[in-house]
Write a protein that binds this ligand. Structure first.
Ligand SMILES: [Zn+2]
Length: 93
């Protein structure tokens, strides 16, 4: 069974968003927390950057944790993105 995305009319929506009680395709769901809750996203991002810089948080370890328990709100999503950016920086250096 495939559902229609609440945001873009694609028929491959498979990601349920409990906040809005709607189903989204992956692309829209990925964008959604940023659009809806920019402040929380930013603070999650900042929080991760601080923890990586000052508390010795390992981005690779954090990402493994998100594999098991995916980010499900804007704060966690910002945190997750910061870890990905950190990993990308490491690959480039
Ligand atoms: Zn969509």
């Amino acid at each position: 069974m495939s559902s229609k995305c609440a945001s873009c009319d694609q028929r491959n929506a498979s990601t349920y968003c409990p906040d809005s009680d709607d189903v989204y395709c992956y692309e829209c769901y990925e964008q959604k927390p940023i659009d809806d809750e920019c402040g929380d996203y930013e603070s999650g991002y900042e929080c991760a950057m601080q923890e990586m810089e000052f508390d010795g948080l390992d981005a690779a370890h954090a990402l493994m944790a998100f594999d098991i328990d995916p980010a499900d709100n804007a704060f966690q999503y910002g945190f997750y993105r910061a870890c990905i950016h950190e990993m990308n920086k490491r690959i480039k250096n």
